[in-house]
Write a new protein. Sequence first.
Length: 283
Amino acid sequence: MDYSEHEVPKALQSHVQCLWRLRDAAPSPEPQTIYPDGRCEIIVHLAAPMQMLGADGLWRAQSRFLFAAQSRAAIRLRAVGALDCLGARLHPAASAAVIDPQAADSRPLASLVDQVVDLKLLDARWAQEMSRHLDDGPTDPWSFFTQLLIERLGHRTVDQGIAAVVRAIDDACGNLSIRSLAASSGIGLRTLQTRFLGAVGLTLKEYALVQRLRATIRQLDGGDGALAETALAAGFADQAHATRAVRRFAGLTPAKLRRALLAERDGDRTLALAAAFVRGGSD
């Protein structure tokens, strides 16, 4: 599996955290897992779209052009052929910029939580433009992808107050008081909650919890320290609290998740996709 992250053009840096590409000529037939990171993504399948496991237990093919909204639990995917995907991971405060507020069928970002939707549901004309460019067989997929992103996002404003709050939560790995966060931001708590939900798509508490759980997974992946110490470092009351939260988030207990990530390093590919996104990539 070849996962790489690429430099974001200056015109997109206020909206896009990273551009990535995922390729695998012979992907594992095993279902793969993606853990939430508090970021929405725009994804284009250049090859066969993957299948996604629904809440009803059925596997369904994804569309070629996707908007992956905020998620609060692991997503299960399955390859049906060679993989080649382009993705734009959005800054949390810029997530709602994808949605055209002037559109007649415009939907609040929070209404899409835990969903991966066809991009045409957000903007049929934009999805159609992407399809037209792909059907023409672009010699440089990155150029067409980034240009379409610039045309869509470049002129949209980002709530800088919420962007600063997101950075504070990220810097603390979610381990901070919401009331103290509101006080330090200079934004009233109710106003902050409303603006944050509108821009990011999750509540403040949900987003902070996602970051605490991500920090826990990174600790599990990167070391062999005691689980109780890992739980306390991430701000959980105790190991039992962390175990319940990680199981809901990742589908595995911390001990089993650590073993699975270790096995992936040794060649077990069942967590290859999750590990790639947790560890990041390079050009």
